[in-house]
Design a protein around this ligand. Structure first.
Ligand code: ZN
Ligand code: ZN
Length: 361
């Protein structure tokens, strides 16, 4: 990202701070810090003041901060953060915002203890994550690269042997392949789950040998300059039963309707309904128990949410997943997931690869 990009983000944040009656904002959530500063290490916070931005860190991160956060003044406070902040905001009018969703209760108490007066700090929520919902062109480029890496590992999987290997071995194989090709890390622990284990939407790979003739759910993603991608494909490890094939067809159709129909202006609830209707008319509504999807960005799960209760409004520049799934305990699960970016005319898929049922050996 260019230094100007970060400066513009901080300017936009100041608009939200003004609306919330804040004179300053202490940003402590690690991904929010990265969004505003470019700083990718641990243990730094951003203090946004009316006319400048500070990155507060310590000597361990001095060189990294100087390199990554050229648009901010880097400060290494000698005392604890809760003791340093009142001095740094001296003269600022209005309350100092603290990120309620990222501060622990113990930290909040420490800040309150050192506060010069009672209403010095205001807990606020979502000021930075609201900005993060709409991705700019630079972010979309990175997410495209992240999606391409995740797609490539899914295609690699289609050519390797899985039957007779354990779920853990296959997951490790995919993780190593991805790291060697440039993924900075794993956005979440990969899911490789066959047979009835795949009926758990968040299954953890086991040291169990993958059998032939079962469904195999694989959910993975990559990270490029902090930006995640998220893709799921379901495979067959040999001939399947009628019921399993029917589950696959229902999910495939629902996911296609979702990709084609989702657009800006819809609520998360409406997007979910569009896809859930297809699963319900396939007679499998009760097997689709999770939400349709979630925003993706610096976090693999972020705003907006796409689910039966979500009032989040979808906008141009949102990057979200479309991931219906059906899970039949005792038999297995089918989920098909893509990461998509929303434009004026609807969704463009960032994880494009076949959704036809593939048979692995
Ligand atoms: Zn996923
Ligand atoms: Zn997901």
């Amino acid at each position: 990202m260019k230094p100007d990009t970060y400066a513009a983000r901080i300017d936009r944040l100041r608009g939200g701070m003004k609306d919330s009656g804040l004179g300053a904002l202490l940003v402590v959530g690690a991904k929010n810090v990265r969004y505003l500063s470019g700083f990718s290490g641990e243990d730094a916070v951003v203090l946004v003041l009316p006319d400048e931005g500070l990155l507060l860190t310590d000597s361990r991160f001095r060189l990294q901060a100087q390199e990554e956060s050229v648009h901010l003044r880097i400060v290494e406070p000698a005392e604890k953060l809760s003791q340093a902040v009142p001095g740094l905001v001296a003269g600022v009018e209005g309350a100092v915002g603290l990120e309620a969703e990222h501060l622990t209760l113990a930290q909040w108490q420490a800040f309150q203890q050192e506060a010069p007066r009672d209403d010095f700090y205001h807990p606020v929520e979502g000021l930075v994550s609201k900005l993060r919902r709409v991705k700019d062109a630079e972010e979309i480029e990175l997410m495209r690269a992240s999606g391409a890496l995740a797609t490539a590992v899914m295609e690699y999987l289609a050519g390797i042997r899985v039957v007779g290997r354990t779920e853990v071995e296959v997951a490790l194989d995919l993780e190593v392949w991805l790291r060697r090709r440039g993924s900075e890390g794993l956005p979440f622990p990969f899911i490789v789950a066959h047979g009835e284990h795949g009926a758990r939407p968040h299954a953890v790979p086991r040291n169990e040998v993958i059998a032939a003739g079962r469904l195999l759910v694989v959910d993975l993603g990559a990270v490029v300059q902090g930006y995640a991608s998220d893709i799921t494909r379901t495979f067959a490890t040999g001939p399947l039963s009628e019921r399993e094939l029917e589950m696959y067809e229902v999910v495939k159709e629902a996911q296609a309707i979702g990709r084609a129909g989702i657009r800006p202006g819809m609520s998360g609830m409406e997007a979910d309904r569009l896809v859930r209707d297809v699963v319900e008319s396939g007679g499998m509504g009760s097997l689709f128990e999770h939400s349709l999807g979630h925003g993706v960005g610096l976090d693999v799960h972020e705003a907006p949410r796409l689910g039966p209760k979500s009032e989040d409004l979808l906008e141009v520049g949102n990057v979200v997943t479309v991931e219906p799934g059906v899970y039949d305990p005792g038999l297995g699960g089918v989920r098909i997931e893509d990461t998509v970016v929303l434009g004026d005319n609807g969704a463009t898929v960032l994880t494009e690869t076949t959704r036809e049922l593939a048979f692995l050996h």
